[in-house]
Design a protein around this ligand. Sequence first.
Ligand SMILES: [Zn+2]
Length: 355
Amino acid sequence: MLPLPILGELTPGTTQRHLIKLPGAALANDELRPVISVAGAKPGPVLFVNAGVHGGEYPAVEAVIRLGQVLDPKNISGTVILMPVLNLPAFRTRTPFVCPIDNVNPNRVFPGDPRGSYSEQMTHALINEFVVHADAYVDLHGGDIPEALVPFVICRSEGGVADSKARDVAARSKQLALAFELPYVLTVSKPVQPAKGLSSYAAAAEQGIPAVLAEAGGVGQMQEDAVALLVRGVINVMRHLKMIESVADATAIANDEARITNDEGNPTAKTTARRAVATTVLTKFEWVYTKSSGLWYPEVAAGDTVTEGEQIGTVGDLFGDTLEQVVSPVNGVVLFLTINPSVLENGLLMGIGAA
Ligand SMILES: [Zn+2]
């Protein structure tokens, strides 16, 4: 069984650990990246899940590790491939947003370039060695070290897509996003920031692979509730893909996960049946920037609803004078928020999702 050539032979019914060297001259001296394969006893789809495209999104990293511990290959149809950290240079140095080797945000240069900078070679390797061999792709994120957020999933919008195959991939991506069961699903039709390349999920969709990017947790900490949301979200996606046959199997996995995540050692606290989650679908992502360098005083929290024209914070200088009153450009919900006070000119303050 050889679903991904870079991992070699996988034995059905087993979980295997791999230490892999990604191709690319710029990556030649990298430490080996851990990958876990969970090869189900029965045939089925290949699901690829990674975290750590950004270096300080720890609940996402932990969720991938936990999945490797709780998924039982005997109960799975198909194969789950798990990579806890892609951007190891950023993870090792606690560098938010970018890779410290080339100062590039890897999630703006997908699908990468084998002759490009470090981040471009790294994203190229991820797409070509992992994503294109999968039937579905989940990229786990969260707020990076200076960001708080409310859990949400992003995928490509099917609206306005002329090509029927691309529209089908977008529709299947949205089904995965809804299956994840986070409070918000954001479908987007264009990159939210002008960039050389695409985000992971968009590049995967261009290759015909249904894909989502799910976010939970933030501010450089390990929030157990965020870890649990991401683990359960991936399990929900597996059930949607029919990789787990029965709801009982999925619930058992989620309960195993809950036992591991419960700090108090009380296995009953989080083992209640799945709750129904109301997911709100949003279609616009407005990012708010400061004009001035200074101190940022937000007047909203992640998850708050805001109205167009409402003051959502101020930016002051080091004498204590207000430089700028920041107002919301739309009616929407604050999906992520910069929480560290020091901001630079044109610095990102928050992202607002709108219907
Ligand atoms: Zn991220």
